[in-house]
Design a protein around this ligand. Structure first.
Ligand SMILES: Cc1cc2nc3c(=O)[nH]c(=O)nc-3n(C[C@H](O)[C@H](O)[C@H](O)COP(=O)(O)OP(=O)(O)OC[C@H]3O[C@@H](n4cnc5c(N)ncnc54)[C@H](O)[C@@H]3O)c2cc1C
Length: 448
């Protein structure tokens, strides 16, 4: 069943660059485009920027370092966010060595290294400030609902907000929605894996002092409950702390596709059931939970993998495993091959990989002349995306896409016609890292 709906709607803005989604990639893209001189607008469906860090709640800037040495492999706006959050002192971000992420496994392995921890409230504040300082026009509570495109050219982006439906008419669009909403609705080709990584609803527990040992004890309780049939699918559990007196748990697992509303709904409802089941099991069996308080879930269940837009180049598993170099590199990836399984519970294998190049061509949707994508919807095979989908990498891709969009607007060219050497030069000058320092050390897989 279908029907034709037509309506006259206002054109409310005509920016040079429109960024769809103010998550990790979106912040990078909007700030870089505005700094490049483009009149830039970003629309975000939530009431805050930050994507995963603020809407799903996590702490780990994965993809940020070469874990052999703790050396950063993504710089620029990622450095700036760490400094703006007060995680490291101003001007120090590039000089330090870091833990791979804020997860307790690595923190206890390398106590001498700094922790690139992203507290959600500090991240919100730093995101507001960096966007405002760059002169980006931010529109929150505004969801991209449709796109009007003709012959591979985006003409208007339709946004739904409390005004109703409005149209925005940009010169260049950067899709940073994670799910490739704008690109898909424009008619760009996309693919979806047969078995998508599962969704998860994170939850936060207060009055708890998390340690690596507590994590093992929590895992043992869940394993037994799963065997007894009291708990279905679950992940890890992985936990990290923001204050030392609280923990957030990445522990629920719901198979499905978050671009299917019914699946996303169930990830929330089943996620809340499972989160409370876990909390009550731990309260019953672990003394550490005696004073613990279930503070919050979400805000929303997160999707790890959905549409992958088909670009001029598709990043492959071999690119990632072999640390391949590409002439049009715009950011480095460095996170492990971390594909959460959709059908099994507990911990999963995550293979170490060396830093690798992400080509500019993975940000250029095939057959479109004014559209870029950045973040977890970029062009990659499902196996490669298991590494390239993470936060620091997404923000670096965003910075590259925003810089390219500004160059395209200034030169009256399409993003595809942008001179990649010039793009790389600007990225390096803005703190970007396009070549990892050599490190001749092998890393084993972590012991859970
Ligand atoms: C449960 C879970 C745990 C994870 N754990 C980690 C981790 O520990 N470390 C790590 O580095 N990565 C982790 N990841 C991966 C990481 O979150 C993402 O892959 C990363 O955030 C990708 O950045 P992005 O900008 O592409 O997407 P996001 O950060 O998700 O940002 C997308 C933004 O677009 C907005 N948006 C979406 N659709 C629309 C629309 N139609 N209109 C307007 N706005 C829209 C969203 O609200 C959001 O703000 C995890 C992912 C999940 C789901």
């Amino acid at each position: 069943m279908s029907f034709i709906y037509s309506k006259e709607i206002p054109i409310t803005a005509k920016p040079d660059v429109l960024v769809c989604g103010a998550g990790l990639a979106g912040i990078g893209a909007a700030v870089a485009a505005a700094r490049g001189g483009a009149r830039t607008m970003v629309v975000e469906r939530n009431g805050f920027a930050g994507g995963f860090f603020t809407a799903t709640v996590g702490s780990a800037f994965d993809g940020f370092v070469d874990e052999r040495t703790g050396t950063p492999v993504v710089g620029g706006i990622v450095f700036e966010m760490l400094e703006r959050m007060g995680v490291v002192e101003k001007g120090q971000a590039a000089k330090l060595r870091y833990n791979v992420n804020g997860d307790l496994t690595w923190v206890e392995m390398h106590p001498e290294r700094a922790i690139p921890r992203c507290d959600p409230e500090r991240f919100k504040r730093a995101a507001d400030a960096i966007l405002e300082d760059a002169g980006v026009q931010v529109l929150l509570h505004s969801q991209v609902a449709d796109v009007v495109a003709v012959n591979g050219h985006v003409e208007k982006v339709i946004v739904s907000n409390k005004v109703g439906l409005v149209a925005i008419e940009p010169k260049v669009v950067i899709d940073c929605t994670g799910d490739g909403d704008a690109a898909a609705w424009a008619g760009a080709a996309f693919a979806k894996a047969e078995s998508l990584q599962p969704m998860s609803l994170h939850f936060r527990i207060a009055y708890l002092q998390p340690t690596y040992e507590l994590r093992r004890r929590c895992a043992a309780v869940l394993e037994k409950a799963h065997e007894r049939g009291e708990l279905g699918l679950y992940a890890g559990p992985y936990l990290a702390t923001f204050s030392g007196r609280d923990a957030y748990f990445n522990a629920t697992r719901y198979p499905g596709d978050n671009t299917i509303p019914e699946d996303w709904t169930q990830a929330e409802i089943q996620g809340r059931k499972d989160a409370w089941t876990m909390f009550e099991l731990w309260q019953r069996e672990l003394a550490e939970f005696e004073e613990a308080y279930f503070m919050t879930s979400g805000p929303v269940a997160g999707g790890r993998e959905s549409r992958r837009i088909v670009g001029d180049y598709e990043l492959t598993e071999e690119d990632v495993r072999e640390g391949r170099r590409h002439e049009d590199v715009v950011v480095l990836g460095a996170w492990r091959l971390d594909k959460h399984p959709a059908a099994s519970a507990g911990y999963h294998d995550i293979s170490w990989i060396p830093p690798y190049d992400i080509p500019y061509r993975t940000l250029l949707p095939k057959d479109f002349d004014n559209l870029l994508v950045a973040g977890r919807c970029h062009s990659a095979t499902p196996a490669a995306l298991a590494s390239s989908r993470v936060t620091a990498t997404a923000m670096g891709m965003g910075q590259a896409a925003g810089t390219a969009a500004a160059l395209a607007v200034a030169g009256n060219r399409t993003p595809r016609e942008v001179d990649t050497s010039r793009l790389q030069e600007i990225l390096r000058a803005s703190g970007g890292i396009l070549q990892a320092p050599d490190a001749d050390i092998e890393v084993g897989n972590p012991d859970f």
